[in-house]
Design a protein around this ligand. Structure first.
Ligand code: PSV
Ligand code: MN
Length: 389
């Protein structure tokens, strides 16, 4: 009989989850951004907080940066600070949504000088990658239109393809361009990369170093996200996840909070494709903000939620599942999946963590550690970082 538990422990020991620097700054809605004590004042402190999440959980060794929010005079110094703290720099996110020039589009703008400016921003991001050892350039394109007829849908695609080609040409051999999609917001009639198909078409045209990013918050209600995962894995173009939860739209809430069953179904497709293993090419990143909850505990909880969904997916008895599927045993096959989903995997994860010298429950251990009070006492004065600065 297959030792599912043993295999799950081995796979979980190799799992890594990347944290977003912006999760540690203040965030909110267009109505209010709440401040809270101890929030980082600069990118160095954001990295230190991410490193604390890694120390607590053991599975979060990389931090995604956002340009320009995380720019410092010496990006190499930021990478060295990360290394001193035991983490490294992950994806570098570009920003095409906070400049007046981009009102009518950035990489798609009808004005060639604005397109050139957006391309140049990515060249700057690639320089940041070189200075920090990052290998992923992540592009979320906020371009789109609000009114039918506002601009020519097809021309915008052509301009986008050309701009992306210019960015792609700047990549080093070990770099990847990872391209996100989102079906609405900040524009509501068309988005220029609204779905995985559009992202994939651009990636295929660019070449092997271009991959799709799937943000779990960026789909219409009831979209079967695991189908998209299976499809992108099938053709080897799933580059990364932006994990988060949505109750309504692009909520960016704690992953696994709204629909842990969906997260399990996604991880089931990952395990099915053997894409959990390091080197599979799939970067498991969080893209979240913590508006009302404390940031470090919010990230610890998120990491634990991903681990729990992964553990359950690893416990699916795949042989039994195959047999039931071949026999056309509809309910039997479904039961195999549900048995795994309904397993309490917390003891398994506690065993894994204790074997690594970590606390069985990182969330409770952090709460009892006094770290939050310590940074609140230390971080007096200065300007707290926020989503957008
Ligand atoms: C905006 O929707 C967004 O959440 C995108 O998903 C990006 O990944 C992220 O912001 C950071 O730019
Ligand atoms: Mn995202």
């Amino acid at each position: 009989m297959t030792d599912l538990r043993g295999q799950a422990l081995a796979a979980l020991a190799n799992q890594t989850i990347e944290l977003p620097s912006w999760a540690f700054g203040n965030a909110g809605t267009r109505f209010k951004v709440f401040g809270s004590p101890g929030v980082p004042r600069d990118p160095f402190e954001k990295i230190s907080d991410a490193a604390q999440v890694h120390r607590s959980t053991g599975v979060a060794p990389r931090v995604s940066l956002h340009v320009p929010w995380d720019l410092v005079d010496d990006m190499g110094a930021l990478a060295r600070h990360a290394a001193d703290e035991g983490v490294s720099i992950g994806a570098v996110n570009s920003n095409l949504f906070q400049d007046d020039d981009y009102k009518l589009g950035s990489l798609t703008n009808a004005d060639p000088t604005i397109r050139a400016k957006a391309v140049a921003h990515h060249v700057q991001c690639i320089d940041v990658m070189r200075a920090t050892g990052s290998t992923d350039l992540k592009i979320w394109l906020p371009d789109g239109t609000n009114y039918p007829g506002q601009d020519d849908i097809r021309d915008r695609q052509e301009r986008l393809a050309e701009s992306l080609q210019q960015v792609y040409a700047e990549l080093d051999p070990g770099h990847r361009l990872i391209l996100e999609y989102k079906f609405y917001e900040p524009y509501f009639y068309t988005m220029d990369i609204p779905d995985w198909g559009t992202s994939l078409l651009h990636c295929l045209a660019l070449g092997e170093q271009a991959m799709v990013v799937l943000d779990t918050g960026h789909h219409a209600p009831n979209t079967n996200i695991e189908f998209i995962v299976a499809q992108l894995l099938r053709i080897g173009r799933l580059g990364a996840f932006d994990f988060n939860s949505r109750f309504y739209g692009d909520d960016d809430l704690v992953v696994g909070a709204a629909d842990p069953f969906q997260l399990f179904r996604i991880m089931h497709e990952i395990v099915r494709a053997d894409a959990l293993r390091p080197g599979s090419g799939v970067n498991f990143m969080l893209d979240q903000c913590h508006n009302i909850e404390p940031k470090i505990p919010g990230q610890i909880r998120s990491v634990m939620n991903v681990q729990e969904a992964t553990a359950k997916a690893l416990l699916v008895d795949r042989e039994e599942l195959r047999t039931a599927q071949r026999l056309g045993d509809v309910l039997g096959a479904n039961a195999v999946l549900m048995d795994a989903y309904n397993t309490d995997v917390r003891p398994l994860l506690a065993e894994l963590r204790e074997s690594q010298g970590l606390a069985a429950d990182p969330y409770r251990a952090y709460a009892a550690s006094g770290h939050a009070d310590r940074i609140a006492a230390e971080r007096i004065g200065g300007q707290q970082a926020g989503w957008g600065a």
